[in-house]
Design a protein around this ligand. Sequence first.
Ligand SMILES: N[C@@H](CCC(=O)N[C@@H](CS)C(=O)NCC(=O)O)C(=O)O
Length: 211
Amino acid sequence: MQVRIFGPRISTYVRIVQIVCEEAGLTHEVVPTSAHSPANRHPFGKVPVVEVDGLEMSETAPIVRYLDSRHNQARLQPCNPAERYVMDRWIATSDNYLFPLFERGIMMPYIMHHFAGQPLDRERIDRALPMIARTLEFLELELAKDGAWTVSGFTLADVMLYTTLLGLRATPEGGAGIAECERLAAWMAVCDYRPSIMATRWETEGAAGPF
Ligand SMILES: N[C@@H](CCC(=O)N[C@@H](CS)C(=O)NCC(=O)O)C(=O)O
């Protein structure tokens, strides 16, 4: 196995690494490790930690840049610095704003409800919905400008944004919100059938109900 990914089987950031491994033709396996278990070697208790080429790595964006540069002729990264900036801006936007908003605001309440049997935290979801709606509107307008996140085709930005939006789409309100965004929904539908994305589908994905 060329890449070992330590994290939960169903996790946004584990999936990002899996997709890039598939894109690069690297064999990979997930070693189930929960974020807060003593076995997790991430210095800040996040997942994933990745072993590749005799290196131990943490932080997904640098990890996938490395995998793509070292093993995929950087096919998922524009050469032109200005275009690379646009890709990196989307990666940073996804990491710093989209994932925290979706995860805390709506995904965790549904996960805790469905998998930990907790009452659904409706108040938390309702508080997050206006910001989620504004975020989707922003993404839809951005996508309308050039019809893509970058002018360089499918890049690491698409991998990060798609996987982050997948968690949102798995919730009832998130799914309905994305469906109202014509361009965003169409772009996700195309990504749904990309071989690297299909090869890494979660077992529960596409089933009725969230996650
Ligand atoms: N900055 C980290 C973020 C990874 C991250 O947030 N992973 C989530 C799971 S998808 C996590 O570790 N959650 C557990 C927690 O925050 O306690 C990276 O890029 O790898």
